[in-house]
Design a protein. Structure first.
Lengths: 396, 396
């Protein structure tokens, strides 16, 4: 039976196996991979996970094992009200919705909003998983220019005027892949632009809590609540294996998102939602977050130091105040696919940056480096190997 | 901001708020609802859930908290091999894939296979949640006729010849909503038809283990593995709050399903998958299942008895060998929406059967009754009230 002949038209948009092949190589046990995007297992709250489980079962009993509301586990939605107030986001429990990882609300946004050919505006570069979520709905992407301070508001304004996108997908805080954070001024400018043009925005914020230095700025959502779907996640501050995220959205948008979610998974796991409830309502989040930061900050500092030592002067890279990634750019002749191959020979891996652009011609001389998974020692070794690999290719 | 003006074309297909409104009424605390589709909390394995949690953390540690493979938690896929062999389904661990409840593979099948206007063949009646999963992909449904023994193979054959559907969605064992089970002979006939016509089938089997009497028959998948996507679930034998299902599918189909799933939720919760692993690999499933059956069988018997006592002679209903539902049909003049309203006045609720048909004109005199959630005493009271409500409307 020729199963491929049955595929829907949209499915040809979902291929993109190149990065899969690349990451398979990086999984070889002799290779130090800076290619991943996972938290360190050391940052998981193993010392009190049993206590959270006990509290969840004591408080919720069989409710934590039963189907729950598509909108979310009631106790978690209540607990998220205070949690979000800490981000200046003022909502009631009825206005916070839970998703299966923040990934699943990206899929739902594509589903309810995007007809084939509709435009989605994305930062250049942007989160690869967002493109994978939107692709099945056959959008046309338009790129928003960025500089070292994140997206350039004037470029967003131009993109809106020229392409009238269904929405713009933005990740303004410690963005994956660049680590960049949008300044308060630019946030206000973005809010002003989207309010004036009535443009919907997804503000994806999975990394915001991982701040190692610098000053906090409120989400764009707080300046334009009618235009912004703000998404947060427990994956980076608790554990990604729980698959719990949440979002705040304008009323009509969240009503459609719930209908979409009901068709996809009925509801997010009640048990993992009950654990997240206890994690924030029991004060564990506030106690645990500083420990995560104490694990990641030194790793990032080591990586930045070693890059200064081993990368050629022709390279530049970001100096993020938080998050999980550093983004480096070489001179135009730095072909990252060649550097990747040379890296594999030298037992180090990363993700070539071009995968993070909706335009396949962009970002050929860029790379994303993760610093959360490896030990400081492995980071030193990896960056040394990577520096050598770059020099080998550039001088070759 | 007028958010509805942003909606995609497909979203108008996702409305169907009538049943939502109806079930809201049924949630009133003074009403006994036979409208739900949930397992009884009494059937949850509360006496050993702590032990399962302990085993999962001891065996898998931080692996149960980390991202895992989109295909599924490796230990669960291994454990499912033996579990599926008990259903005559012979596959390796690489061929079993995990989903976020079996609901999410229904969405993924729609996504990878259905272009707008493509046909999907469904039983009349069929599972409402399947329609909700497929609707966003804008299919044209064609109904397969059923009789008291489930779908009629000749009707399936005619539907395939006339409409060439992308796939047929079937639930051959203790179907939701009717409770009907397809005989071994008909299973073989269906397999023969889909093999001959190269038609893809989803064989949805969440209830198969809940057998109270009668003889087991192997899944259609075992007779046509190249044509069938077989889906199972932990929701009815363990707990729906875990959101873990699984499926077996032809190689090319499962490759596309994984790409679709990656965009939607990256992976199903590692923690709840680890619990399911211990549930089956530790022998808990085999010990626990008889207890569930001992809870549900008497409830079903009580409901059937009381229906005989209180329903008018003009009604007929199914006598399922298992599952969670009984399906009743009245004479043509039995308008179930009126009976529903009268039922609410008498403090009893059910789901009018018309919601389970893709054709809105079908099933106006039918109803679905759930027997798993309520106590035997409440079932007696509910059926008495329902019988009175029916008589009131029919004589009115």
């Amino acid at each position: 039976m020729q199963h491929d002949t049955f595929l829907a038209g949209r499915t040809r948009n979902m291929g993109s196996s190149a990065i899969r092949e690349i990451l398979k190589l990086a999984a070889r046990p002799d290779i130090i991979s800076l290619g991943g995007g996972m938290p360190s297992p050391d940052a998981f709250p193993t010392e009190f996970i049993d206590e959270l489980y006990r509290r969840a079962m004591d408080h919720y009993g069989t409710e934590a094992l039963q189907y729950t509301r598509t909108e979310g586990f009631p106790a978690l939605r209540k607990a998220l009200v205070d949690h979000l107030a800490g981000q200046n986001i003022e909502v009631g429990a009825d206005e916070v919705f839970v998703t299966t990882g923040s990934q699943s609300v990206l899929d739902a946004m594509g589903k309810i909003l995007v007809s084939p050919g509709d435009h989605i505006a994305v930062e250049a570069p942007t989160y690869l998983g967002a493109l994978q979520a939107f692709n099945p709905y056959e959008p046309s992407y338009v790129q928003i220019d960025t500089d070292e301070y994140g997206l350039i508001p004037e470029s967003l304004e131009r993109v809106i005027a020229e392409h009238n996108p269904k929405f713009a997908y933005l990740s303004p805080t410690f963005q994956n892949p660049t680590g960049r954070t949008l300044s308060l001024d630019r946030r206000k400018q973005v809010a002003e632009i989207i309010r004036r043009s009535d443009t919907l925005v997804i503000e994806d914020d999975p990394y915001g809590a991982l701040r190692y230095r610098g000053e906090w700025a409120p989400p764009i959502q707080t300046f334009a609540p009618e235009q912004v779907v703000y998404t947060g996640s427990f994956s980076k501050v608790f554990a990604p294996g729980l698959r719990v995220g949440y979002y705040v959205a304008p009323e009509r948008v969240r009503q459609w998102l719930v209908i979409a979610k009901q068709g996809v998974d009925l509801n997010t796991s009640s048990l993992t939602q009950a654990l997240c409830t206890e994690f924030i309502a029991g004060g564990y989040h506030d106690r645990h977050l500083p420990k995560i930061i104490e694990i990641y900050r030194p790793k990032q500092e080591v990586m930045l130091e070693e890059m200064k030592r081993h990368f050629p002067d022709s390279f530049t890279w970001t100096q993020p105040d938080g998050g999980m990634f550093i983004w480096a750019e070489g001179p135009a002749e730095a072909d990252m696919e060649k550097i990747y191959e040379e890296g594999i020979r030298n037992k180090v891996a990363f993700v070539p940056g071009k995968f993070f652009y909706s335009d396949p011609e962009s970002g050929r001389a860029t790379m994303r480096l993760n610093f959360t998974v490896n030990s400081e020692e492995n980071i030193r070794t990896a960056i040394e190997r990577l520096g050598a690999s770059i020099r080998n290719v550039l001088s070759g």
